[in-house]
Design a binder for this molecule. Structure first.
Ligand SMILES: [Cu+2]
Length: 141
């Protein structure tokens, strides 16, 4: 619902009429909204949490889609240490957790406040594209 409000507001600002437009126009309005919003726009925490289990050796669910502002909570439910690191940042300097702090029963959480696609993996048991890896797709609220 909020996405529709944003589309309408942008349509008004840009002089495009969203109300009463046919399906094709609505799709165009929606895609132009996506490109019009800067990728570095961030949204406040929304109080929602989505859990991801880290098992031996995969993430379940492997792919999740959440609205910006959602907390993602990983729990190591396996019997071995794991880690959660961004595909392009194996040292987890931006976000993520290394195995020293992600032993069995440990948790790690992060609020994803910016829309985007975040690929991550466990460096011990996977690569960014195989085995123990996962994706968090963050959409606009
Ligand atoms: Cu692992």
């Amino acid at each position: 619902m909020r996405t529709l409000c944003i589309v309408t507001a942008l349509a008004l600002l840009t002089g495009v009429t969203a109300c009463g437009a046919d399906a094709d126009d609505s799709i165009k309005a929606l895609s132009s909204t996506t490109t019009a919003v800067p990728s570095d726009v961030s949204f406040p925490p929304n109080g929602e949490t989505v859990n991801v289990l880290s098992l031996d050796n995969n993430f379940i669910p492997q792919v999740i889609e959440v609205k910006a502002g959602t907390e993602v909570l990983w729990e190591n439910n396996g019997r071995n240490p794991h880690n959660v690191v961004p595909a392009e940042d194996p040292k987890a300097t931006e976000w993520g957790v290394l195995e020293a702090a992600f032993q069995p029963k440990d948790t790690y959480s992060r609020v994803f406040d910016r829309p985007g696609t975040y690929v991550y993996y466990c460096t011990i048991h996977g690569t960014p594209k195989a085995a123990m890896f996962g994706t968090v797709i963050v959409t606009e609220p």
